[in-house]
Write a protein that binds this ligand. Structure first.
Ligand code: ARG
Ligand code: ZN
Length: 475
C-alpha cells in the first residue's frame, strides 16, 4: 500500500506540460526494506515468487558451487536492484541477457540488468557462484557452521547470505526448490518433501532434491549436510514425516532425541486443535551433531534441534516449541523483526499449554513461578517485549514475558475468546505477516474488551507489571 502511494506521487510529479503523464523514470531498487532493527536486510523494487537453488557441496573442503535461479516481479520501473549474498559470483543473467554486478558493503550484491524491467514485469535472475562459506564474515560473524561430517545452514535472522542470493526479509516469502549434490553416503536435508529420491550422479556424488510448496521465509530455509540416520513415515492424513538424527549423537542422547522427535505427529496434531490446521505439506525434525549449533530453529516443515536439548533424555517441550512456530513465525511471520515476541512468546506459551495438558504444572503455576522468581532488575522487566532491541531479540522478555503477556490475555478474556483469538490470527495472516498492533487490535475485537492497559503494561513498558491482588489468577 505504501508503495502504491509513492508510485502515484511520483506520477503526479512527472506530469508533462501537455498534461499527459510522462513515463516515470526507471529507478534503482533500494538496498533494504526499512526494517526497524535491520534496515538493510532485504531489498526493495521487486518481489520474489520462487527460488530454484541447485548446488554441489564437498564437506572436506567446505566448497559450495552452483546456481540459484530467482523468479521475481518488479514492483517499480527498475533500472538496478540488490540481492543479499556473500559468496563469489561468476555470472548473472537477467531476462536472457548478461547483467553487470558489484559488491557493496558486507552482504549486498548490486545487479544492473542490460535492460530496465517495467513495473509488474517478470524477472528471471540466474546467479552462478562458488565459495567457501565458512570463510565469509558479514554483520561481524559467520552463520554457516562446518561440522565434523558436513555443514549446517541454520540461523536467525542471518543465514541465507552464506548459501543462496535472496531478498532476505520475512516479508518477501517464496516457494523453494533446493537440490544439493554431496559425496555419496552423505545426507543433504532441507525443507518440505522430496520430488524425487536421491539420485547417484557421476564421480561419487549423490543429488538430494527438496521442495517447499508453501510460501517460505529465507531464514526458515535450511540445509543440513552430514551423516544422518533417517526415519520416514506418513501421518494418518497422508503427510510425510521425515526425521534425521546425526550419527555423531551418543546412544544416550540419540535415545532422548528419538523419544522426543518421533512424537512430532502426535504433538502437531494436538497443536492443530489449539492453533488451527497444520499449515504445511510435511512434518518432521532434524537433530544436529553435538558441539555444533546449540539452539533449535523452526525451519519450515522440519525444525532443527541442537543435540544438547536431549542431554538429559527426552525433551518434548522443545518439539512443542519449534512446531508451534510453524503457525507463529513460519506461516504468520513478523512484518518487522521488532515484532519477534509474536514468534517466541507464542511458541513459549505453547510449552506452558503442553505442561498443563500433561499435568506437569498449569500455565498459571508457571506464570506465578516466573513472576516471583525473576529478580526485579532482570532484563525480562527492563525490556519491553514489543521493542526488545537487537541485543535482546532472543532475550527473556521476548520468550518468557511474551508468554506471560499471553497468559494475562487469557485470564482477562477467558479460554473461549483466547483460543478464538489465536485461531483467527493464524487464519487471517496465514502464509503472510503480522505486527503487534494487528494482534492487539484483533484481541480487542474478538473479546470486545478494552485491553489497552494490559498490553501497555505487559508489552510496551520496560518495567515489571503490577498485578492487582486478586487479578492474574485463572478462573
Ligand atoms: N527461533 C529460535 C527458537 O526459539 C531461536 C534462535 C536463536 N538464534 C540464535 N542465534 N541464538 O526457537
Ligand atoms: Zn522459538
Amino acid at each position: 500500500m505504501r508503495r502504491l502511494l509513492v508510485a502515484m506521487a511520483a506520477t503526479a510529479l512527472t506530469l508533462g506540460v501537455t498534461g499527459v503523464p510522462a513515463q516515470a523514470a526507471p529507478a534503482p531498487g533500494g538496498p533494504g526494506l526499512g526494517d526497524t532493527y535491520f534496515p538493510d536486510y532485504g531489498n526493495s523494487g521487486y518481489d520474489v515468487g520462487h527460488y530454484d537453488i541447485r548446488l554441489r557441496y564437498t564437506p572436506s573442503t567446505d566448497k559450495l558451487t552452483g546456481t540459484t535461479t530467482i523468479l521475481a516481479t518488479a514492483t517499480q520501473d527498475l533500472s538496478r536492484f540488490n540481492l543479499d549474498f556473500v559468496l563469489d559470483v561468476s555470472s548473472i543473467y537477467v531476462n536472457n541477457r548478461p547483467a553487470t554486478f558489484a559488491r557493496e558493503g558486507d552482504h549486498e550484491l548490486v545487479v544492473t540488468p542490460a535492460r530496465t524491467i517495467a513495473d509488474g514485469g517478470a524477472m528471471t535472475v540466474v546467479v552462478q557462484y562458488s565459495g567457501v562459506p565458512s570463510t565469509k564474515v558479514a554483520a561481524g560473524f559467520t552463520a554457516w557452521t562446518r561440522t565434523p561430517d558436513g555443514a549446517l545452514a541454520i540461523g536467525e535472522p542471518e543465514i541465507a547470505w552464506w548459501w543462496f542470493p535472496s531478498n532476505d526479509h520475512p516479508t518477501d516469502k517464496a516457494t523453494f526448490d533446493v537440490s544439493v549434490s554431496v559425496p555419496t553416503g552423505v545426507e543433504a536435508i532441507s525443507n518440505g518433501t522430496m520430488p524425487r529420491p536421491p539420485v547417484q550422479e557421476t564421480l561419487g556424488y549423490t543429488r538430494w532434491s527438496w521442495r517447499s510448496l508453501k510460501p517460505q521465509a529465507t531464514y526458515l530455509t535450511f540445509l543440513t549436510v552430514g551423516q544422518y540416520d533417517i526415519t520416514q513415515d506418513t501421518t494418518a492424513n497422508g503427510q510425510t514425516v521425515y526425521n534425521a538424527y546425526s550419527q555423531l549423537l551418543s546412544p544416550e542422547w540419540r535415545d532422548g532425541a528419538q523419544a522426543s522427535v518421533e512424537r512430532t505427529a502426535e504433538i502437531t496434531d494436538w497443536e492443530s486443535t489449539l492453533f488451527g490446521p497444520w499449515p504445511f505439506e510435511a512434518r518432521g525434525g532434524v537433530v544436529m551433531p553435538p558441539g555444533t549449533v546449540s539452539f533449535a530453529l523452526e525451519t519450515q516443515t522440519r525444525p532443527n534441534f541442537g543435540a544438547s536439548f536431549f542431554r538429559r533424555g527426552a525433551n518434548t517441550s522443545v518439539v512443542v516449541h519449534e512446531n508451534a512456530h510453524q503457525w507463529f513465525g513460519d506461516s504468520v511471520s513478523v512484518a518487522d523483526w521488532q515484532h519477534i515476541w509474536l514468534n517466541e512468546g507464542f511458541a513459549s506459551y505453547a510449552e506452558w499449554l503442553w505442561s498443563e495438558k500433561n499435568d506437569e504444572g498449569t500455565a498459571q503455576e508457571i506464570f506465578d513461578y516466573l513472576y516471583a522468581t525473576y529478580p526485579d532488575d532482570a532484563s525480562i522487566w527492563t525490556t519491553a517485549p514489543a521493542d526488545p532491541g537487537v541485543a535482546e531479540l532472543f532475550g527473556d522478555a521476548v520468550y518468557d514475558r511474551g508468554a506471560m503477556t499471553l497468559h494475562q490475555l487469557r485470564v482477562a478474556v477467558g479460554d473461549d475468546a483466547f483460543f478464538e483469538i489465536l485461531r483467527t490470527w493464524t487464519a487471517e495472516h496465514r502464509y503472510g505477516n503480522g505486527t503487534t498492533a494487528e494482534f492487539t487490535a484483533l484481541a480487542e475485537k474478538i473479546s470486545g474488551q478494552d485491553l489497552a492497559a494490559l498490553f501497555q503494561a505487559w508489552l510496551y513498558t520496560p518495567a515489571k507489571p503490577v498485578l492487582a491482588s486478586a487479578a492474574g489468577k485463572a478462573k
